[in-house]
Design a binder for this molecule. Structure first.
Ligand code: BES
Ligand code: MN
Ligand code: ZN
Length: 501
């Protein structure tokens, strides 16, 4: 899909279908008013006959309107003018693309950004438009013999903005939006891949694909190196798998002041399959545990975006990859593991494996003297119970960092909710035999997992995103990775970038 932005009016685009809005009080968007004027009151006449009442997302296709050069017009109801807000805008864009998917048009001139929304500029609207359209056009059919093809003829979307002075920022918005949308697709595709294809080796190959970019270096910490380093918690998780655990590191240096500026480090949980290990999971929905690498997929995607947009930052992406399987060599409940930090962990449940790979990755990250470290993980079912599927769980040892993430979440509409990491939870991780256990009991499971990770993060500012509820949606036959929180983290990086240019 091609996107462009223009301040020219609809007469300049006679071969485009115009999409414009109408409010419930029958107030017209500027372009709708223009169509009404050119057609000598055609729209007003429709309204007088109550053909359209402007309720949110009501849609009407009109064609061959008198005196109008544009053959097709789509009018979309925008609800009450006083209620019109950013969420309403998103709804309209979604409705527009769903409607246009079904009809045979080549090009649209979208005028839905014309109306001002307090607190949201046209840069934001265009970015959202691109992300929503790409989301609605997404298909994953790599494994179907008969590929379901989109039957849409639409291939170009021209976005109309009212003022010329916003053209440069809106052009930038298209660039940013396309790159973020592409990143979301990369994360979704990886998440949707089955675990017999998306193996640890497969992910490492994906990482190698990035090595030909300037400013990018790849470093693979394989099992042998892990042993030498003493990453025994990380290694234990992969013991029962026929794939070796591996920790690829993608280093991107884009900061104008050079490679010595403290980096932003992302760490993604990358369990290509989580059977639970000897503490095996119930078989119902176990297929969904292929998504247990979504944290790593998101980190990979965000690195792709940073590279593509040449962000003026130093960023390191660490993919904590392993597979939690069962055989004679699997780690067991009762095992005591020595982590890279030197602290020991008594394993009480082999299904709490994410924190075991992450704790060693977090310790490893300290060597970069990072500005901040953010880990992203499908870590606990408890987080899904606590927050459902709309909010990722946020935990942090630094208020500035968590506030930055909350702001970026609000901007990108990729929401997070902060959970408390209070000392009172620490006692739930007490062990008879080791420095800690790997599970904290029934209550506050998302938080005790966060507390576990916190024990490995005292050298830097750190935030943890539990994306167990947000990384995929699952209804009976309609399952998919969502690509979340790529949008949030890209927004965080863009916000950080704006201070450096
Ligand atoms: N990958 C799971 C968490 C998960 C569960 C993600 C459901 C998405 C949906 C994680 O490795 C896990 O199994 N966690 C356990 C922890 C428990 C044993 C303390 C859980 O949540 O049940
Ligand atoms: Mn598990
Ligand atoms: Zn897991």
């Amino acid at each position: 899909m091609e996107f462009s932005v223009t301040e020219n009016h609809l007469e300049s685009y006679p071969s485009s279908c115009v999409v414009s809005g109408i409010f419930e009080e029958t107030r017209l968007f500027p372009s709708t008013k223009k169509i009404d004027d050119i057609s000598k009151g055609y729209i007003s006449a429709l309204l007088n006959h109550n053909v359209l009442n402007g309720k949110v997302a009501q849609t009407l296709l009109l064609y061959d309107i008198p005196y109008l050069p544009n053959k097709h017009i789509i009018l979309i109801g925008c609800g009450k003018k006083s209620d019109f807000n950013e969420n309403c805008y998103k709804k309209l864009i979604r409705k527009m693309i769903l409607f246009c998917k079904e009809i045979s048009i080549l090009r649209i001139l979208c005028c839905l950004s014309e109306f001002n929304i307090k607190g949201y500029n046209n840069y934001w609207k265009i970015r959202q438009t691109i992300e929503i359209i790409n989301e609605e056009l997404y298909v994953f059919n790599k494994f179907k013999k008969n590929k379901t093809k989109l039957n849409t003829t639409l291939h170009e979307i021209i976005l109309h903005i009212p003022h010329k002075n916003e053209l440069p920022s809106c052009k930038q918005s298209i660039k940013d939006g396309l790159s973020i949308a592409q990143g979301i697709k990369i994360a979704k595709d990886l998440g949707n891949m089955p675990p017999n294809f998306c193996t640890p080796d497969y992910l490492v190959n994906k990482v190698h694909e990035l090595s030909n970019h300037t400013n990018v270096t790849i470093n693979i910490i394989d099992a042998l190196k892990m042993k030498k380093l003493g990453m025994y918690a990380y290694l234990a998780v992969g013991q029962g798998s026929s794939y070796s655990p591996t920790m690829p590191i993608i280093k991107y240096n884009g900061h104008p002041e050079g490679p010595n500026v403290a980096p932003i480090v992302f760490i993604g949980k990358g369990l290509t399959f989580d059977s639970g290990g000897i503490s095996i999971k119930p078989s119902n929905k176990m297929d969904e545990m292929k998504y247990d690498m979504c944290g790593a997929a998101v980190v990979y995607a965000v690195m792709c975006i940073a590279i593509e947009l040449h962000l003026p930052l130093n960023i390191i992406g660490i993919l904590a990859i392993s597979e939690n399987m069962i055989n004679h060599a699997s780690f067991r409940p009762g095992d005591i593991l020595t982590t890279l930090s030197g602290q020991t962990v008594e394993v009480l449940n082999t299904d709490a494996e994410g924190r075991l790979v992450l704790c060693d990755a977090l310790t490893y990250a300290a060597r970069y003297k990072p500005d901040v470290v953010i880990d992203i993980a499908t870590l606990t079912g408890a987080c899904v119970v606590a927050l459902g599927h709309h909010f990722s769980g946020l935990m942090s040892n630094n208020e500035d960092l968590s506030n930055d993430l909350i702001i970026a979440a609000e901007q990108s509409k990729d929401y997070v909710w902060k959970l408390p990491l209070d000392d009172v939870f620490q006692k739930q991780l007490k062990s008879n035999y080791a420095d800690m256990t790997n599970v904290g009991g029934k209550s506050g499971g998302a938080i005790t997992a966060g507390c576990f990770l916190q024990k490995f993060t005292d050298k830097y500012n750190w935030a943890h995103l539990d994306i167990a509820g947000t990384a995929w949606i699952s209804n009976h036959c309609d399952k998919s990775a969502t690509g979340r929180p790529v949008a949030l983290l890209s927004q965080y990086l863009l916000n950080r970038s704006s201070h450096n240019i």
